[in-house]
Design a protein. Structure first.
Length: 117
């Protein structure tokens, strides 16, 4: 099985998927952070395909950037200035060619993640 990466964003404050959130994937290497892909979550809070497909998979260190401030603004969540959470970075490693799933559970004042399936 070749490896690939997926993500999913749930808005725990509303109990719904976080549709319309921009998510950016970067690879971390000796030269720094290398942007690979930018996608937007669909109505189910997922990207329409893997954010890192099998054909591009490589073991290593990666970072997902979740642009939650813009999402919260677009959904009418009461803003603060500056917003407590704006961009959420999640840095993680992929050490074998398998399916990695890195979801985000979001509220305006907190978040959590885990290695999903």
């Amino acid at each position: 099985m070749a490896g690939y990466l997926t993500t999913h964003v749930l808005d725990t404050a509303t109990g719904k998927p976080a549709a319309g959130m921009v998510v950016e994937l970067l690879r971390i290497d000796s030269g720094g952070r290398v942007p690979l892909r930018t996608m937007t979550t669909n109505a189910d809070g997922r990207t329409d395909g893997p954010i890192l497909p099998e054909a591009e998979f490589a073991e290593g260190t990666y970072e997902l950037l979740f642009y939650c401030g813009a999402y919260l603004d677009a959904t009418g969540t009461q803003p603060e200035d500056p917003r407590f959470l704006d961009v959420i970075p999640i840095r993680f490693g992929m050490s074998e060619p398998t399916h990695y799933h890195v979801p985000l559970l979001l509220s305006p004042f907190g978040y959590s993640t885990y290695r999903g399936s």
